[in-house]
Design a protein around this ligand. Structure first.
Ligand code: BGC
Length: 392
């Protein structure tokens, strides 16, 4: 085994809306109320209890943490900035750094300020102007503190859920050509956002949801064609289009897509013995394939910014970690520069339209009293990190 260097970023990932709680000015908050869906409410209490998160990160010897800023919290109304919220984010980042935990900061993770959503959200090209104002504000606050930025999270997943499938706000079922226009606006958001943020020492990416597409059999021309179409419509295509504005390649790896026309055009093997609580196939080798291919395309070092599973009873998380990190290390020793691994997630959180039922956390959240209870897999992850890290 070739160990990862001391500089390797071992961590866990979260997003603001999913963990902070009480994000009343976000489009999702209003949508939850209107649809009487399971509510995020206090979520996992990060906003009030972030020191406890830092405590557990330290206990597990993690040296990095992915988090995001909730645009609606700092910019609740047009031309209005919440200085208190900005100050709190700065305080959180400084506290992480003081504890030698590298923050990896996302600027947009699926949610919008309600006032932006009312003006058409990412369908409206003007949103870019507001997004850039928001970036300017955050840059003024955190430019010196943040090395690893993520402009967007999984833009193609968002387009699919919000504009094609209609499961997430604004719940539209557009035709593909209209959805591609939304995508154009997000591509510009990445490109112009990253140019605004760039300085000599920071590293910029967006987090791409890259699945391992596996045509079966792989010589069948229809399967090959479907794989190509999926590639361009997914975050693979988004990554290709933005590769000149990436300093590193942030990869969220969850899925194995089996393509065996006419029976199946995407999604994993549902008959597999290895399924998560959400019946997602667990396919560890895919992390190697995806990292290798992403690096071939971007030529920029790869960081896993999400990888994890819903496993309430914590029965499969240890083997999940063990096997994924094995294959990640295999990618590293066979020539793909891998600079970090952020497990999704540090703690159970609000899983979008599925509410609080799926449990992705290394730490369990007791939603009744907002208590954090580490699962055994948190300690297993700690040991794995020791085993895979270069000794000094
Ligand atoms: C998203 C997270 C989500 C996770 C698990 C990713 O696609 O970035 O927000 O919770 O998957 O579904």
């Amino acid at each position: 085994m070739e160990r990862f260097p001391k500089t390797f970023l071992w961590g866990a990932a979260t997003s603001s809306y999913q963990v902070e709680g009480d994000n009343r000015n976000s489009d999702w908050w209003h949508w939850e109320k209107k649809n009487k869906k399971s509510c995020s409410g206090e979520a996992s209490n990060f906003w009030h209890d972030y020191p406890e998160y830092i405590f557990w990160l330290k206990q597990a010897k993690l040296n990095s943490f992915r988090l995001s800023i909730e645009w609606a919290r700092v910019n609740p109304k047009e031309n209005q900035w919440d200085e208190g919220a900005l100050y709190r984010y700065q305080e959180i980042i400084l506290a992480l750094k003081k504890n030698n935990i590298e923050p990896i900061l996302t600027l947009w993770h699926f949610t919008l300020p309600k006032w932006i959503a009312d003006k058409g959200g990412w369908e409206n090209p003007e949103t870019l102007i507001h997004f850039k104002n928001y970036i300017r504000k955050i840059k003024a606050l955190l430019d010196k503190e943040i090395r690893y930025w993520l402009i967007l999270n999984e833009p193609s997943v968002y387009i699919f859920k919000a504009y094609l499938e209609g499961d997430w706000p604004p719940q539209k079922k557009m035709n593909i050509f209209s959805a591609l226009k939304v995508r154009e606006n997000l591509i510009k958001a990445h490109q112009e956002g990253s140019r605004l943020l760039k300085n000599r020492q920071n590293l910029i990416s967006s987090a791409f949801n890259l699945s391992f597409g596996d045509p079966v059999p792989n010589w069948n021309p229809i399967n090959i064609l479907i794989a190509k179409i999926l590639f361009f419509l997914s975050d693979w295509g988004f990554m290709l289009q933005t590769k000149n504005d990436l300093d590193y390649t942030a990869v969220n790896y969850y899925f194995h897509d089996l393509i065996r026309f006419p029976w199946q055009i995407a999604g994993g093997d549902k008959k597999s013995e290895k399924l998560s609580d959400l019946k997602w196939e667990i396919y560890p080798r895919g992390i190697f394939e995806v990292c290798k291919k992403a690096y071939q395309i971007t030529k920029k070092p790869v960081m896993i910014t999400e990888n994890g599973l819903a496993d309430k009873k914590d029965l499969k998380r240890e083997s999940f970690l063990k096997e994924h990190i094995f294959w990640l290390n295999y990618a590293f020793k066979t020539g793909t520069p891998i600079i970090g691994y952020q497990h999704w997630s540090l703690v159970d959180n609000f899983e979008w339209s599925m509410g609080k039922t799926p449990r992705f956390g290394l730490i369990e959240m007791d939603y009744k009293n907002l208590e954090m209870k580490p699962r055994n897999s948190l300690w297993f992850y700690k040991k794995l990190i020791e085993a895979y890290s270069e000794k000094v």
